[in-house]
Design a protein around this ligand. Structure first.
Ligand SMILES: [Zn+2]
Length: 239
């Protein structure tokens, strides 16, 4: 058991950290919502009764965490809920050179295979319509040779599946993985047949979810992600 001698002295909280925490509290309580502009620096300085440098430091900290983002004219707006996770995952993927495409797809499988099973059990009619719209958009952009549009539609489908789980954290995590995946998928489009396969596989996933069969939904999502990963690895090694 710990003795009091092993306790560490509690660090005095810095002023800017307290300011950042209060601002975060306002955002958490939804008194400041995504897209809302933060009060100007001068007003915050007066409200908090602290120096301008503490306000600036607090804003810089929240910005680096992706909680707020700078807009024209030096003001800040509250970011979307998924953004903090989004920017940290992107940063992690960039900075940690021991992570690679394989880790990314393993993470997707962990997240999305189970999400497909939950979607099979919990989806509503609106979710299926959303998946249909995404598949339709994929098919149309394929005929139109629209690379980026196709990839956006592909991701739209995966987000619709995540949304159908009814678990907001699954959706936010999927959105965060989205950016990193997007870059990986850009290489796939040059591989013949890969986008066509994605349309067929998405239809199978959608059918499994619609039939309310979690076992089949898991299997179809696994098949899709394993096939995409193999194609991405090929694309990457081709340069
Ligand atoms: Zn897909």
């Amino acid at each position: 058991m710990d003795t009091p001698a092993s306790y560490q002295p509690v660090a005095r909280r810095k002023v800017y950290e307290q300011v950042a925490e209060q601002l975060l509290g306002q955002i958490g309580a939804r008194r400041l919502k995504p897209g809302d502009v933060l009060p100007p620096e001068r007003e915050l300085t007066e409200s908090f009764g602290v120096g301008r440098s503490s306000i600036r430091e607090a804003l810089r900290m929240l910005e680096s965490q992706g909680v707020i983002s700078a807009v024209n004219g030096g003001s800040f707006v509250v970011a979307d809920a998924a953004s903090p996770l989004n920017s940290s995952l992107r940063l992690m993927f960039t900075l940690d050179d021991r992570t690679g495409i394989h880790d990314l797809f393993e993470l997707r499988r962990i997240l999305e295979v189970e999400a497909a099973a939950l979607a099979a059990q919990r989806h509503g009619a609106g979710h299926l319509e959303e998946m249909d719209a995404a598949i339709e958009e994929m098919a149309v952009s394929l005929a139109d040779h629209g690379g980026e549009r196709f990839i956006d539609a592909d991701l739209h489908f995966h987000l619709a599946v995540a949304e159908a789980t009814g678990n907001r954290l699954v959706l936010h995590s999927m959105q965060a993985v989205r950016d990193v995946v997007r870059r990986a998928l850009m290489t796939v489009f040059v591989i013949p047949q890969s986008p066509e396969s994605a349309v067929v596989e998405h239809r199978s996933i959608r059918a499994a979810i619609a039939s309310g069969d979690p076992v089949r939904a898991r299997q179809e999502m696994t098949n899709h992600l394993v096939r995409v990963e193999a194609d991405v690895e090929k694309g990457v090694s081709n340069g």
